[in-house]
Every structure is written in structure tokens, then in C-alpha cells.
Design a protein. Structure first.
Length: 128
């Protein structure tokens, strides 16, 4: 990689990681639910369990996360749509592609719900 080439962000936005999800992982606030969802996807890709727990709403947050599934590789993110249910609640529908070992690729299709409290977005849960 040449010095001018910066790695792209795992979330799929056409920006380098440091200027995109990396800034959120380093403490910047997400401006909207989609930005938080993309940063959470990048955190899964990069194994940043602390970030995932910190951005999970306290009412639904698990005590811990184990991101060490052998052979798991995240392949890409496709945001289908975003919606707002008011200024402090929103949702994001997405498909995240993955592969475990040399197996067939899988898809996680989710409609996530987010809440904003005290200016900070949190992942709440997935709709059924």
C-alpha cells in the first residue's frame, strides 16, 4: 500500500476508516442512527467488543460479548433503509454478509431500533 492510499472503512462508506467509523470508535458521537449502526458493524469486523457494549442501550445490553468465533469473516454491509420515529428514535434495515471458515456465505438481515438519550445514540434491539 502506498503512503497516499488509505484503507477504506469496513462499513462500506467511501471514506477511510480513521475519518469514518474510526472517529466514532475513538469517542466521537454518531450524528444519526445509521452512522452508529455502521460503526457497530465495523466494530464487529474489527473485534471491538468494548465499543459494541458502550453503544448498546443499558436496558437491553448483555453483560459481555464473545466475538471470537473461529473462521468468521464479515464480507460487507448493505443498508436497505433508514427511518425516524421521532427526533430521538430511529431504525435501520440492513443486510450484513459473512462467511464462517471455507463455508457458504451467510446473511444477517435485521431491522435495528435505536434511541438517542442525552445526545448519544444507542442500539436498542432488533424488530421481529
Amino acid at each position: 500500500m502506498s503512503p497516499q492510499t488509505k484503507p477504506s472503512c469496513p462499513c462500506g462508506r467511501p471514506r477511510n476508516y480513521a475519518d469514518c467509523c474510526g472517529a466514532l470508535h475513538d469517542g466521537a458521537l454518531a450524528i444519526d442512527a445509521e452512522s452508529l449502526m455502521r460503526a457497530r458493524y465495523s466494530a464487529y469486523v474489527l473485534g471491538k467488543a468494548d465499543y459494541l457494549l458502550a453503544t448498546w442501550h443499558p436496558d437491553t445490553r448483555p453483560e459481555s460479548l464473545d466475538l471470537d468465533e473461529p473462521g468468521l469473516k464479515w464480507l460487507g454491509l448493505d443498508v436497505k433503509r433508514c427511518w425516524g420515529d421521532g427526533k430521538d428514535s430511529a431504525g435501520v434495515e440492513f443486510i450484513a454478509r459473512y462467511r464462517v471458515g471455507g463455508g457458504k456465505a451467510g446473511r444477517l438481515h435485521e431491522r435495528s431500533r435505536f434511541l438517542r438519550e442525552k445526545g448519544r445514540w444507542h442500539y436498542l434491539d432488533a424488530e421481529d
